[in-house]
Ligand binder design. Structure first.
Ligand code: URA
Length: 246
């Protein structure tokens, strides 16, 4: 058998096993094989390499899986999942907590009052979901009554976010609020301690610069948080500028 034939069988088994065990495709195994017969001997049946690639994951594919997902109780109570949206080559990926009522109604992240403020905050440092940011959440379905997502819900949703980060490869990650920062950094430290500095976030096989700030909904409730949030945004802007010149 040639390497190409082995690879196509391995891909088929990989995808079949994912679908049988969880109902969706969870991982991409990049398999490599060598020929055990001359490839010219069986060239009539070999497939072009690009047809047998296992690397089929895409933002659209992930969004489709999210819209069908029932892997945690939030999948039963949501109206619409909000998989995420924005540039597919983002400078910054903004990660919030989870959809609220308006996001649940529209199936889009950060479109309510907090989302409108987030858009203004991003605009102030020349960022926008229409050009250079991707906006997502740690959970893609609305927790009832806007409660914090439970750990088992963020755990069930984590592979979607990890796959989004791995595909998009943003230059920077901005966590909006305590729940996103704590979930991503796997800590219970307060947002007051987590914000205001750059650290690193590893997702799958990539490590990215990461900064957290206050959630825009918190800024709407407490004006005093606006100044420190603005400091965080300016810090992000200065890192983006350095990244451009470096
Ligand atoms: N709050 C979030 O954290 N995410 C949204 O998408 C909307 C509000």
């Amino acid at each position: 058998m040639t390497a190409v034939e082995k690879k196509s069988i391995a891909c088929f088994l990989d995808i079949t096993s994912d679908f049988l065990s969880s109902g969706y495709k969870t991982k991409v195994n990049d398999c490599s094989f060598t020929d055990d017969v001359s490839s010219t001997a069986s060239s009539e049946i070999s497939l072009p390499q690009d047809r047998v690639s296992c690397n089929t994951d895409s933002i659209e594919q992930i969004a489709d899986e999210i819209r069908l997902c029932k892997n945690c109780p939030l999948g039963m109570t949501r109206k619409n999942a909000a998989p995420g949206e924005g540039s597919l080559q983002p400078l910054v990926m903004v990660i919030g907590e989870g959809p609220g009522a308006e996001e649940d109604a529209q199936g889009r992240p950060f479109v309510g009052r907090a989302g409108q403020l987030l858009d203004k905050m991003l605009e102030a440092i020349n960022l926008s979901r229409n050009s250079n940011c991707f906006i997502a959440n740690v959970v893609k379905c609305r927790p009832p009554n806007n409660r914090d997502p439970y750990p088992e819900e963020t755990a069930a949703c984590a592979h979607f976010l990890e796959r989004q980060i791995t595909i998009l490869k943003p230059r920077f990650i901005l966590a909006a609020g305590r729940v996103a920062a704590q979930t991503l950094l796997k800590t219970t430290e307060s947002i007051g301690k987590l914000r205001g500095k750059f650290t690193e976030l590893t997702a799958g096989n990539i490590t990215l610069p990461f900064i957290a700030t206050y959630h825009p909904a918190a800024l709407l409730r407490n004006e005093d948080l606006k100044r420190p949030a603005w400091e965080d945004l300016k810090l992000l802007r200065s890192m983006l500028d350095k990244d451009k010149t470096g």
